[in-house]
Design a binder for this molecule. Structure first.
Ligand SMILES: O=C(O)[C@H](O)[C@@H](O)[C@H](O)[C@H](O)COP(=O)(O)O
Length: 227
């Protein structure tokens, strides 16, 4: 889906997500939403948090997290708490990926247990993409990437240490991310569009992991883009 500007995209995507969550709540006791960090989703969070739905029955978690304190400026949890879990959405239940352990490797078990509280499949997963073709924290050429991309990986949470981005991280694995009724890739700007074209037509999943979303047949990917 192409929009003429980022705010228009944010409002349209927020409305689509609200419809998805409302119908999930009509069918099941709880609904779930997986969001990403970074700068792109901020207008989406601001639109979504105003929408009227039974947020108290919605579980919100992250596709990935930087292993920093929840108050750190680079924390995705901080971003979600300040930009999404406000207004109507303040009633949602947030399941963080950051746990008290010192490293993501030590925190994996706690993180995995917390994720088990959320019903699967997720109702919606919204991913972003970096200029290097990473998505979630599935970064090119990292030692744990094969495990992150393998569709037979049992773990839902995977610690990772990208060499091209700051902070150790925790990411949901590709298999966990694909276990959703709706998968959305939300990107903005001409350079992201060029990156996506390159990932689709020239690269492989080890050098541009976002490609893995398009080479599987479990769930279709809806790409939302604005200049
Ligand atoms: O925490 C993170 O870093 C992300 O979840 C990451 O995968 C993000 O979606 C992309 O890096 C795009 O980030 P921007 O929206 O800032 O370009």
């Amino acid at each position: 889906m192409r929009y003429s500007d980022r705010d228009e995209l944010a409002v349209a995507l927020a409305n689509t997500l609200a419809t998805t969550l409302r119908s999930a709540l009509a069918a099941r006791p709880r609904a779930s939403l997986v969001v990403s960090g970074g700068s792109t989703p901020v207008p989406l969070f601001r639109a979504l948090r105003k929408l009227d739905l039974e947020w108290a029955r919605v579980d919100v978690t992250l596709a990935d997290e930087r292993w920093v304190a929840p108050e750190h400026p680079d924390s995705n949890e901080r971003l979600i708490r300040t930009e999404l879990l406000q207004e109507q959405a303040s009633a949602a239940r947030f399941v963080p990926l950051r746990t008290p352990e010192a490293t993501p490797e030590e925190g994996t078990k706690t993180c995995e247990t917390a994720q088990e509280m959320i019903e699967r499949p997720f109702d919606a997963v919204i991913l972003g993409m970096g200029d290097d073709g990473h998505t979630a924290s599935l970064f090119p050429l990292t030692p744990t990437l094969d495990e992150g991309l393998s569709l037979t990986t049992v773990a839902c949470c995977l610690p990772c240490r990208p060499t091209t981005a700051p902070h150790p991280r925790m990411t949901l694995t590709l298999r966990a991310l694909l276990n959703t009724r709706n998968l959305i890739l939300h990107i903005a700007g001409e350079s992201k569009l060029a990156t996506l074209q390159q990932a689709l037509h020239e690269a492989d999943t080890r050098t541009m992991p976002v490609r893995a979303l398009f080479t599987q047949d479990q769930v279709s990917v809806n790409v939302y883009w604005a200049p």
